[in-house]
Ligand binder design. Sequence first.
Ligand code: MG
Length: 160
Amino acid sequence: MTNIRIGMGYDVHRLDDDLPLILGGVDIECKKGIVAHSDGDIVLHALSDALLGAAGLGDIGHFFPDTDAKNKNLDSSFILIDVLEKLKQLSYCIVNLDITIVLEKPKLQPHIHSIKESLSNILHLSTNFINIKATTSEGMGFVGKNNGIACYSVVLIEKE
Ligand code: MG
């Protein structure tokens, strides 16, 4: 029986004027931000879902429903830390992770380093094992029209 497992996570949110844009714990200056029940940190949501998926534990909607008032404006790092704790209880640790953020603007390249550092701090994982990519939707669809943002995450976990 193998000790490694893979998981993927996907999240999408609407964008609107004068809201915070927090990606991987980094507050990014932007005219538009994420519409959400929590702080809307789509990177942490996609990553948490990937980790739960890898461990066979379902999804964050099950543990943190957006119908629950106590999750209003929730700092999403609490979600990720809670998920990490669930994995730890099953003796899983992260091998590496890869994240793709799909956003039309602003260009995220100047923020990639900060997002990696932030994830490294939350996860207690070296940046060598964290990869963040950003792409646009080439002007097509809801992301392309700058009405939304999407994020994909893949993680590999290993039983210690
Ligand atoms: Mg979300």
